[in-house]
Design a protein around this ligand. Structure first.
Ligand code: SF4
Length: 181
């Protein structure tokens, strides 16, 4: 596991961000903040990535994409919710098509709030995720399941929030909001 702690590869997915947090992810990776000096490499291939950085909230269109990316990553892996929208849905929480934070799609290991999230916070979150990767690697070595439990649902194994269920939950939420207005 030392290779990943020395050079964690990240993959970034913009769920439905306003692009504010995406710019900060790029800033964290570019020479100004230079996460690469810690060995952090940005990859476009989920099969090569250790850490999934997600910006923006999950909606009916992108939930499958987030889950697909997560499923293609190999254990041990960690997910970082970058910014308030990724953590909770943020300012878009009550939009008609928004389901909520990334935890509605896949298990989240690190919540890194901010609107927009600061590059320093992204680097901190990646460092925290590296520690989680080490713990998961130890679990794997011991023959245990390293999968982080889902927080917003009781599903045990990652993927498992059926899209239809999440969409129905969002529709029920919209109805409640509409009734209250
Ligand atoms: S947290 Fe703020 S900056 Fe980031 S995607 Fe949401 S609205 Fe945009």
């Amino acid at each position: 596991m030392s290779f990943a702690s020395k050079s964690p590869w990240v993959i970034h997915y913009d769920a439905s961000s306003c692009n504010g947090c995406d710019i900060e992810v790029l800033a964290a990776l570019c020479p100004g903040f230079d996460a690469e000096r810690f060995g952090v490499i940005n990859t476009g291939n989920p099969k090569h990535a250790d850490i999934l950085l997600v910006t923006g909230s999950v909606n009916e269109r992108n939930i499958k994409v987030v889950q697909e990316l997560y499923n293609q990553m190999i254990e041990p892996k960690a997910v970082v919710a970058c910014g308030c929208c990724a953590c909770t849905g943020g300012v878009f929480h009550d939009c008609y098509n928004v389901i909520g934070g990334v935890e509605n799609a896949v298990p989240v290991d690190v919540y890194a709030p901010g609107c927009a999230i600061r590059p320093e916070a992204i680097i901190d979150a990646v460092v925290e995720a590296v520690g989680i990767l080490e713990e998961k690697a130890a679990l794997l070595k011991a023959g245990k399941d390293p999968t982080t439990p889902m927080k917003s649902h009781d599903a045990q194994n990652a993927v498992a929030v059926p899209v239809e269920e999440a969409i129905m939950a969002a529709a029920a939420h919209d109805t409640e909001v509409g009734d209250a207005q």
